[in-house]
Design a protein around this ligand. Structure first.
Ligand code: MTE
Length: 321
């Protein structure tokens, strides 16, 4: 596919950060917060979008200076692309990168269907050109109690849904990953109800934090991270952030998901990060940031409480886990 993110010539986060330093100095860096404000979202949503601090001084120092709004430093490109969950390939996190390396993600299409006035099939190039690509630095908290900070690029899912124009019957959004048994050895596992499926309530899907990610560190997504396009819902456990999406369907009923079907007593539909509700087999009170020695406390809604708690007013989140 010819039309890709123009920064694909960038080869490392070093170069990426130096470019950001230049852009920031030149006043042309389009930070997520600025974009969100321009879109007229609530002040709280703006605050949630990660701030970016670029170190002053020599170019070397800038390499570790990308931080989120809580001051957490982003993981390296190396870490983000070599410790992955992608069960369609393998359940071994350290082997995913190698096993997915040759997975072909071009050409690619995403079908938007269901209760919408304007269904459609989008080529990846349409999604990259029709929607402004923004940068978002988000915390990712896996339900397995490890975490990372990842500088994504992409566009809010809301933009695509608005284009599809949901009808009044659209209450949920269902997502599906590509199903390609010839090239994804993990799909032979009988334990899971393939293809990988996920779902959100429509107000969650329309929230400004909900991102369709197409890149990391300004480069196109690699296969292990869900190339060419995946969901990122930063206040929910990582398994909600479904990779390599080919279908988005607006539904009236709550969709079932791969994990709810596999282990309903362990994985719920909402899956909001919640340190007060333990997984039946381990504590969710703390997490292990990849690349660090000590554990840190897990935050309610993964630190995005102010922005998203209002979506769940009146709900018992220990029942709707
Ligand atoms: N999407 C698909 N299709 N298959 C998967 O196995 N794993 C999920 C999520 N999306 C998964 C998926 C889990 S458990 C996590 S923690 C994140 O992807 C990991 O994303 P990363 O590998 O980019 O860090």
């Amino acid at each position: 596919m010819s039309q890709k993110i123009r920064s694909s010539e960038i080869t490392s986060e070093h170069v990426y950060l130096n470019r950001r330093q230049f852009m920031k100095t030149a006043g042309i860096l389009s930070l997520g917060g600025v974009v969100a404000a321009a879109c007229g979202t609530s002040p709280s949503a703006e605050e949630a979008v990660a701030d970016v601090a670029v170190a002053e001084g020599d170019a070397g120092a800038a390499a570790d200076a990308i931080v989120d709004e809580l001051g957490r430093t982003a993981n390296t490109f190396e870490e983000i692309t070599n410790y992955n969950n992608y069960y369609e390939f393998t359940t071994d996190k350290e082997d995913v990168a190698q096993m997915a390396a040759n997975y072909v993600t071009s050409p690619w299409q995403v079908e938007v269907s269901g209760h919408v006035n304007n269904p459609g099939v989008y080529g990846l190039e349409d999604l990259l050109t029709q929607f402004d690509q923004e940068e978002r630095i988000y915390r990712l908290r896996c339900v397995e109690a490890w975490s990372m900070v990842i500088p994504w690029s992409g566009f809010p899912l809301r933009k695509l849904l608005e284009k599809a124009d949901p009808t009044s019957k659209a209450k949920y959004v269902r997502f599906e990953t590509v199903f390609d048994p010839d090239n994804m050895p993990g799909l032979s596992s009988p334990f899971y109800n393939w293809p990988y499926q996920e779902g959100l309530r429509i107000d969650e899907a329309m929230h400004d934090l909900t991102l369709m990610a197409t890149g990391i560190y300004g480069k196109e997504l690699l296969p292990q991270n869900g190339a060419p396009i995946r969901l990122v819902v930063p206040w929910k456990y990582g398994f909600k952030s479904i990779k390599s999406i080919v279908k988005i369907e607006l539904t009236e009923e709550q969709p079932s998901t791969l994990w709810m079907t596999a282990a309903p007593n362990e994985y719920g539909f909402y899956a909001n990060v919640n340190p007060n509700v333990d997984h039946p087999r381990w504590s969710q009170g703390s997490e292990r940031p990849i690349g660090q020695f000590s554990r840190i406390p897990t935050l309610n809604f993964n630190g995005y409480e102010e922005e998203v708690a209002g979506l769940y007013t009146g709900m018992d989140l220990s029942v709707n886990f």
